[in-house]
Design a protein around this ligand. Structure first.
Ligand SMILES: Cc1cc2nc3c(=O)[nH]c(=O)nc-3n(C[C@H](O)[C@H](O)[C@H](O)COP(=O)(O)O)c2cc1C
Length: 163
């Protein structure tokens, strides 16, 4: 049985919906166990035990969310050189940008020698005002489907030994 680890953080719910959609898509593959963990609850043992990764974060202040950074800070060196070549994908929930958060995760994943299986999926909520930014988010069905597709592709790929 292979394991897909989905690590996420979400302040206003957008990234959470994306991560859950990816988990739902991955659950179509019966040979893969899905571990869906909030970033604060995930640690080195979870990273080492997984065969593939989905990292999902909001972009906050032109960066991945602090909780997500904390997850990488706690797991980077314990996992370094022990997970080389494993596949991963990234989901970003942003207001209007998201590129920098995606770049930051790509750099960390490069250090870990992980293999990207898709371009980062960036969903933009278009929230601009403080009120809109702090409001609960609803991610549209097309974007949720794209998250499901990435989850399913990752799960299928590790089950079939393609990645
Ligand atoms: C403190 C803070 C900073 C933010 N900075 C950015 C930013 O730099 N770029 C951007 O595109 N969106 C930014 N946003 C908007 C969030 O990325 C957006 O609201 C997204 O939906 C948050 O995901 P979540 O619902 O999972 O928390 C920021 C939001 C907050 C609360």
């Amino acid at each position: 049985m292979k394991t897909l680890l989905i690590v996420f953080h979400s302040l206003t719910g957008g990234t959470r919906q994306m991560a859950w959609a990816a988990a739902e898509g991955a659950s179509a593959e019966p040979e893969v166990q899905i571990r869906l963990l909030e970033a604060r609850d995930a640690g080195p043992a979870d990273v080492l035990a997984a065969d593939a990764y989905l990292f999902a974060t909001p972009e906050n202040l032109a960066s991945m969310a602090g909780q997500m950074k904390d997850f990488f800070d706690r797991t980077y060196y314990p996992a370094l050189d022990r997970i080389n070549g494993r596949p991963y994908a990234t989901l970003i929930c942003a207001g209007s940008d998201g590129q920098n958060a995606a770049r930051q995760i790509a750099r960390i994943a490069t250090g870990w020698r992980l293999r990207p299986v898709a371009d980062p999926l960036i969903v933009r909520t278009q929230a601009q005002t403080p009120e809109a930014i702090l409001a609960p988010k609803t991610i549209g069905s097309a974007d949720l489907q794209a998250c499901r597709d990435i989850g399913e592709a990752l799960a299928n790929g590790i089950a079939a030994g393609i990645f």
